[in-house]
Design a binder for this molecule. Structure first.
Ligand code: ANZ
Length: 884
C-alpha cells in the first residue's frame, strides 16, 4: 500500500535536474542580484556510506538554497569531499588496497546517495581534497605561510604512537591511547612543521564578537584561545647560605594581588632550570618523579580531581614582596608548555595549591578576604576577588592592604616594573599548530632539504602541485620515518634552484589542511591560475550560512579562520572572516529502547523499586507492549511495571544504525527529508522513530491524493489534477496566506519543524473544502517544494507546467489575509439572545454553530435538543430554533 508513487517520481526528477543542469550556478552571473552562499561541512567519504546524520544538515541547507533561489538570489550550494585521512590508509595497510581506490569508490557511493536525496547541489563545482588540481593550492597556501614566517620547524614533544607509526594531534589521543585503534601513545621530541596560529590569537579572539555563531561555539573558541592577563614575576634562587645564587625563576600569575600569600614555588618537571636547582640529596626522587610525569598526558596532569603530587627540590627562592625564603617544589600539575612553566603557589587562594600545601604541610597564608566577611581557614581556598590583607612591606615599598583585588594587582605590577621584579604579561592557552603527520595519505609538504647541510628549501610556486607518489607499501616504518621515505626515487631529488642534491620532506599535511579553505575553491573550482578569481571571491564571500556538527566547533572552524585571516592579509580574500553564520545541527540518536527489570524468577519488577532489590536482569521490551503513563512508560499488560526508556547514539555494535538508503527505498527521499526536518528543533538532539517517518509519509500521500485524485473533487480532471478554475474563497485565501507566512518565517529562522506543521494544518483544512482552486494549490506546491522537491515538481508538472519550479517565485504572504479579525456574534435560541461567541470574520455557519455548542453557557440550551432550523447572517447573528 503505497501512499503515492515516489518510486517513479523521484528518479524521474533527479534525472531531469541532472539533464537540465537545473542547479548549475553559472560562472558569469548577474551580479546585480543578491547572492546567497550556503555551505555544508563536506563529508569524509568513509567506507560505511552516508548515515542519517548527514541528511539532517544537508536537507536544511538544501531548503535554504531552494528557498533563496526561488526568492531570486544567486545561490551557491556546492558539495565535495574531505578525502585525505587516516582511515583509508589504515584500510590500505590491512587489505593492501591503495587508499586512492577505496577513497574514489567511497566518493562514488556518497555522490549517488546524495543524488538519491534530491539535493540541489551544483555538481559541476564538486571538489575533492585529494585531486592534485585542488591540493596544488593547499600547498600554495603552505608556501605563503612559509614566506611570512608562519610555518617553521621546531623540535617539539609530540604524541608518538608506535603502533600506528605516527605522530598524533592532541585531540586524536584519548586517555593516553590513540583514538583510533586504542594504541598506546608516548611523548617524544621530534622535529616537526609548525604553523604559527598564535600570531593571530588576538584577531581570532576579537573578531568572534561580530559573528552570528552559536554562543557556545564562540565560547569554546574563546576558551581554546584562552587569553589571560597577568604578570611575570621573578623569584631569585637562594643558596644553602641563604644568599642569592644568581639564577631566577620567572613565574606567570593572573593574581599578582596574592603575592604576599605565595608560600612556595612550583616548577614543571620539564622546566629547563630543573637540573641546576635540585640538591644532590633530592636528585634521585626528582629523577623518578620526572619519569612518571613524562608518561602522563597534559589532560591527566591538570585534571582537578586528580590527587596532586610533587617532590621538593631541596632548594629555596626569595619572595620579592615579603623577602621570605620559600621552598621550590616540582609538581606535574604545573605544565611546562604554559606560561613560564613555573608558578608562585598561593594555597590560601588557589584550589590546587591548597590541596598540595595541605598534603605536604606547606604554610598557608590568607591575603584576600571576601568583601564584608571575615576570613580564615574554612577548609577550602578562597579563589575569588576581595579585599587584600597581610600584604605590606615597607622595606620594598609595597603596601596593598585594604585594596580590592583588581586595584591591588595593578599596583603590584606597577611595583614590579619599577623595581625590576617583573612585568605585565598577556598569555594564551593557544599553542602553535603541529602541522606534519608521518602518514602517506595526505598532501606532500612542498619543501626539500639539501643533502650537504640539511637546509630546507621551499619549492617554487611553478613546481606545484607536488604530487603524492604512488606507493604500494604503506606500512609504518616503525622508526618515525614516514611511509613516504619508502618512495626512494621520489624522495631523492635536486633543489630546483641550485641543482644541488636534496631530499624531499616525507611528512604530509594533517587532514585539517584541505578543509581549511575548500569553501573558497567552490567559488572558482576550475581556475588553474589562481586559488580563486578576485571578482568571484568578492561577489561570493563570505559564506552566508555554514551548517554542520558541533564536533567541529573548535579545530576546523579555528584553523580555517586562521588561514582565512592570513589570506586576507596577503590580499587573496576580501573579508576578515570566512563564515558569517554557523549553525550546528543536533545529533540523531537511535530509536528509543524500552527495558524492563526481571527478578531471577522471571517476574517483572518496576524500575521504581529496582535499585532496592538485588540480582535483577534487564529485558528489552518491544514498542507495541509499551504505553505512556504520565511522564514515564509502563507495560501495557501490567501498568504497575515502570520501564526505562533510553535512546542511544547510533552505533554498529548496538545495532541501532538506520541506513538512509533503506528509508529512501521504503518511503522515498522526500519522506526522509521531511522527517528529519520534522523530528524536532533543528539544533536539538533527537531520537529516530519509525512511526514518525510513517507520519510524514502519510502527509505526503494525503497531499498527493488531494491534488491528483481526491474523491472530494467536483471539477473534472485537468492535467492530471483535480484543481478547479474557481475563484478562491476568502477562507481559502486566509488558510493559504497564513501558511505562506508561517513557512517563510520558519525557514528564515531555521525552525523547519514548525514550518512543516503549518503545511500539515493547511492540508487538513483543504480536505474540508469542496473545491480546490488551482491558484491556491499551485502556491501550496511551491511552498512545499524546498522540503519535498520531488513530489512538488511532479505536482507542478501535473498542474500543467512544463518547467521545473526551482526558479518560480516563492509565494509571498499578503498581509491583508493575515489579520486576525474577530467579531462578536450574538447567538439566539428560539429568538431570544442567550449569549455571544467570538468568531473569525467570514466564519461559516457550521463553524459558528460548533462554537456555540462548545460554549459553556450556550451549550446548556442546546445539549440534547433537536434542532429544527438555523438562521445565520454572517458577521451579524446566529439564531437556533429548537425542535419540538
Ligand atoms: C598565583 C595564583 C594565585 C594563581 C591565585 C591563581 C590563583 P590562566 O592563565 O587563567 O589559566 N599557572 C600559571 N602557569 C601555569 C602552568 N604552566 N601550569 C599550571 N598552572 C599554571 O591561569 C593562570 C594561573 O594558573 C596562574 O595564576 C598560576 O597560578 C597558574 F590565588 O598564580 B596563579
Amino acid at each position: 500500500k503505497r501512499a503515492y508513487p515516489f518510486h517513479e517520481i523521484e528518479p524521474k526528477w533527479q534525472r531531469y535536474w541532472d539533464d537540465n543542469y537545473t542547479f548549475r550556478t553559472p560562472d558569469e552571473i548577474d551580479t546585480s542580484k543578491p547572492k546567497f552562499y550556503v555551505l555544508d561541512m563536506f563529508p569524509y567519504p568513509s567506507g560505511s556510506g552516508l548515515h542519517v546524520g548527514h541528511p539532517l544538515g544537508y536537507t536544511a541547507t538544501d531548503i535554504l538554497a531552494r528557498f533563496r533561489r526561488m526568492q531570486g538570489y544567486n545561490v551557491l550550494h556546492p558539495m565535495g569531499w574531505d578525502a585525505f585521512g587516516l582511515p583509508a590508509e589504515q584500510y590500505a595497510i590491512e587489505t593492501g588496497t591503495h587508499p586512492k581506490i577505496t577513497t574514489l569508490r567511497n566518493i562514488n557511493r556518497f555522490r549517488s546517495q546524495l543524488k538519491s536525496l534530491g539535493f540541489s547541489y551544483d555538481w559541476d563545482r564538486e571538489i575533492s581534497t585529494i585531486e592534485p588540481e585542488y591540493y596544488k593550492w593547499t600547498q600554495w597556501i603552505f608556501l605563503q605561510l612559509l614566506k611570512r614566517g608562519l610555518a617553521y620547524q621546531a623540535e617539539v614533544p609530540v604524541n608518538w604512537c608506535p603502533a600506528l607509526g605516527t605522530v598524533l594531534a592532541n585531540e586524536e589521543v584519548v586517555d593516553g591511547v590513540s583514538e583510533r585503534g586504542g594504541h598506546p601513545v608516548i611523548r617524544k621530541p621530534m622535529r616537526q612543521w609548525m604553523l604559527k596560529i598564535t600570531a593571530y590569537a588576538d584577531h581570532l579572539l576579537e573578531d568572534l564578537d561580530d559573528l552570528d555563531w552559536p554562543e557556545s561555539v564562540k565560547d569554546m573558541q574563546r576558551n581554546w584561545i584562552g587569553r589571560s592577563e597577568g604578570a611575570e614575576i621573578e623569584f631569585l634562587v637562594l643558596g644553602d647560605d641563604g644568599k642569592e645564587r644568581g639564577e631566577k625563576i620567572i613565574v606567570y600569575t593572573t593574581r599578582p594581588d596574592t603575592i604576599f600569600g605565595a608560600t612556595y614555588l612550583v616548577v614543571a618537571p620539564e622546566h629547563s632550570l630543573l637540573s641546576s636547582l635540585v640538591s644532590l640529596a633530592q636528585s634521585r626522587s626528582v629523577e623518578e618523579y620526572r619519569d612518571i610525569a613524562s608518561r602522563k598526558s597534559e589532560l591527566e596532569r591538570t585534571e582537578l580531581q586528580k590527587e596532586k603530587t610533587g617532590v621538593f627540590s631541596g632548594c629555596y627562592a626569595r619572595n620579592p614582596a615579603n623577602g621570605k625564603a620559600i621552598p621550590i617544589w616540582i609538581a606535574d600539575y604545573v605544565l611546562g608548555s604554559y606560561g613560564t612553566g613555573a608558578i608562585m603557589a598561593v594555597p590560601a587562594h588557589d584550589t590546587r595549591d591548597y590541596e598540595f600545601a595541605t598534603r605536604y604541610d606547606i604554610p598557608i597564608c590568607w591575603v584576600v578576604k571576601p568583601d564584608g566577611e571575615d576570613c580564615g581557614d574554612s577548609g577550602i581556598a578562597y579563589a575569588g576577588a576581595g579585599i587584600i590583607l597581610n600584604s605590606s612591606n615597607s622595606s620594598v615599598g609595597l603596601d596593598i592592604n585594604g585594596l580590592p583585588s583588581k586595584v591591588a594587582a595593578s599596583k603590584v605590577i606597577e611595583w614590579a616594573e619599577k623595581t625590576g621584579n617583573g612585568k605585565k604579561k598577556v598569555n594564551y592557552k593557544l599553542r602553535d599548530w603541529l602541522f606534519a603527520r608521518q602518514r602517506y595519505w595526505g598532501e606532500p609538504i612542498p619543501v626539500v632539504f639539501l643533502e650537504d647541510n640539511g637546509e630546507s628549501i621551499p619549492l617554487s610556486e611553478r613546481d606545484l602541485p607536488l604530487k603524492l607518489p604512488e606507493l604500494d607499501d604503506f606500512t609504518p616504518t616503525g622508526t618515525g620515518e614516514p611511509p613516504l621515505s619508502k618512495a626512494i626515487s621520489w624522495v631523492k631529488t635536486t633543489d630546483p634552484s641550485s641543482g644541488k642534491p636534496a631530499r624531499r620532506e616525507t611528512s604530509t599535511m594533517p587532514q585539517w589542511a584541505g578543509s581549511c579553505w575548500y569553501y573558497l575553491r567552490y567559488m572558482d573550482p576550475k581556475n588553474s591560475e589562481q586559488l580563486v578569481d578576485k571578482t568571484k571571491e568578492m561577489y561570493w564571500s563570505p559564506v552566508d550560512v555554514y551548517i554542520g556538527g558541533a564536533e567541529h566547533a573548535v579545530l576546523h572552524l579555528l584553523y580555517s579562520r586562521f588561514w582565512h585571516k592570513v589570506l586576507y592579509d596577503i590580499g587573496v580574500v576580501s573579508t576578515k572572516e570566512p563564515f558569517k553564520c554557523v549553525i550546528n545541527q543536533g545529533i540523531i540518536l537511535g530509536e528509543v529502547q524500552y527495558m524492563a527489570y526481571k527478578d531471577p524468577d522471571g517476574n517483572y519488577v518496576s524500575a521504581d523499586s529496582a535499585d532496592i532489590l538485588g540480582e535483577l536482569y534487564q529485558e528489552i521490551i518491544p514498542e507495541e507492549k509499551v504505553i505512556k503513563s504520565g511522564d514515564s512508560f509502563v507495560l501495557k499488560d501490567d501498568r504497575d511495571i515502570r520501564l526505562i526508556a533510553r535512546a542511544h547514539k547510533m552505533s554498529k555494535s548496538r545495532g541501532n544504525v538506520v541506513n538512509p538508503d533503506d528509508v529512501v527505498s521504503e518511503y522515498g527521499a522526500d519522506s526522509l527529508r521531511l522527517y528529519e526536518m520534522f523530528m524536532g528543533p533543528f539544533r536539538d538532539s533527537k531520537t529516530w522513530s519509525t512511526s514518525g517517518i510513517e507520519g510524514v509519509y502519510r502527509f505526503l500521500g494525503r497531499t498527493w491524493r488531494l491534488i491528483v485524485g481526491s474523491p472530494l473533487a467536483n471539477g473534472a480532471f485537468k492535467d492530471g489534477t483535480v484543481a478547479s478554475d474557481d475563484e478562491p474563497t476568502y477562507e481559502q485565501l486566509r488558510s493559504l496566506h497564513k501558511c505562506i507566512a508561517k513557512v517563510t518565517e520558519e525557514i528564515e529562522g531555521t525552525r523547519f519543524n514548525t514550518g512543516i506543521s503549518a503545511m500539515m494544518e493547511f492540508i487538513n483544512s483543504a480536505y474540508k473544502w469542496n473545491k480546490l482552486p488551482r491558484s491556491i494549490v499551485e502556491e501550496f506546491v511551491l511552498l512545499l517544494s524546498p522540503y519535498a522537491p520531488h513530489i512538488a515538481e511532479e505536482l507542478w508538472f501535473r498542474l500543467g507546467h512544463s518547467n521545473s519550479l526551482a526558479y518560480e517565485p516563492f509565494p509571498e504572504a499578503n498581509p491583508a489575509y493575515l489579520k486576525d479579525t474577530f467579531v462578536i456574534l450574538p447567538v439566539q435560541i428560539n429568538g431570544k439572545t442567550r449569549g455571544t461567541i467570538q468568531v473569525e470574520e467570514g466564519c461559516s455557519e457550521e463553524d459558528a454553530f460548533r462554537l456555540a455548542s462548545e460554549d459553556e453557557k450556550l451549550s446548556r440550551y442546546l445539549d440534547g435538543k433537536s434542532i429544527r432550523k438555523r438562521i445565520f447572517i454572517p458577521g451579524k447573528i446566529l439564531n437556533v430554533i429548537l425542535g419540538p
